[in-house]
Design a protein around this ligand. Structure first.
Ligand code: ZN
Length: 238
């Protein structure tokens, strides 16, 4: 397709304003505030996750404490009855006495084991309980900071959106006189490379500093639409 040099110049002028609008949009996405907000949000989510997991640990520990307490009660009454038997109805057979003594020792060992586990659980629970208030405070502070920053970010992005809209309108005003197909080619190239147009200096593309093959150079001199074979930009002569 051939286009007049006037149409190509119009497209060039359009591009100047169009890429300014793109830059504003990129600025919006690269915003430091936005990045800080995302980081803050991730931190809060991580802390909430930690809080949930600690809560689950406490619940599991409390359940275990209840189970142990019940087992200990049972063990204690078993020990009492064994000791009672030892005192009042000692068997005659020495082997039975030995069995009874062993049963008492086993029972005491089991109780001692439960006691130790209870202490460990208590220590574990206390450790978590001292961490929780700090965690809650940190989450609430993070949340507050997030909300404040969000207000600031919303203001900033609204300003940038306004700025971008104005800039897009400025570009749009220059669109008159540019054929639709040429515009479509421009948009297609822009998806791959930006800025999507470059000047030809001598036979060099100023977009990527590569020389244009002779055939393409001649085609351009005849007024054809030529794209740089290396960077894909639409070429324009001065
Ligand atoms: Zn090029």
């Amino acid at each position: 397709m051939d286009y007049t040099s006037e149409q190509m110049s119009k497209l060039w002028a359009f591009m100047q304003e169009d890429i300014k609008a793109d830059r504003i949009s990129a600025r919006m996405h690269r915003s430091t505030l936005r990045q800080k907000l995302e980081k803050l949000r991730d931190g809060i989510l991580r802390q909430r996750e930690e809080y949930r997991s600690l809560e689950e640990q406490i619940t599991a520990m409390s359940d275990r404490v209840e189970t142990i307490k019940m087992a200990m009660k049972k063990g204690e009454s078993q020990l009492n009855s064994l000791e009672e038997q030892y005192r009042t109805q000692l068997p005659e057979d020495p082997a039975d006495v030995q069995d009874l003594a062993n049963a008492v020792i086993d029972c005491r060992d089991t109780l001692a084991m439960y006691e130790k586990e209870l202490k460990d659980l208590q220590r574990g629970c206390n450790g978590i309980l001292t961490r929780l208030p700090r965690l809650i405070q940190s989450i609430s502070e993070g949340r507050k900071q997030f909300d404040e920053m969000k207000v600031e970010y919303t203001r900033e992005s609204e300003e940038l959106k306004k700025e971008e809209k104005a800039q897009r309108a400025k570009a749009e005003a220059l669109r008159t006189g540019i054929p639709d197909e040429l515009m479509e080619t421009y948009t297609g190239v822009k998806r791959q490379t930006t800025p999507p147009m470059a000047y030809l200096e001598g036979n060099m593309c100023t977009g990527c500093n590569t020389a244009l093959p002779n055939a393409a150079f001649r085609r351009m001199q005849d007024g054809g639409l030529v794209k740089c074979e290396t960077c894909g930009r639409i070429l324009i002569t001065k």
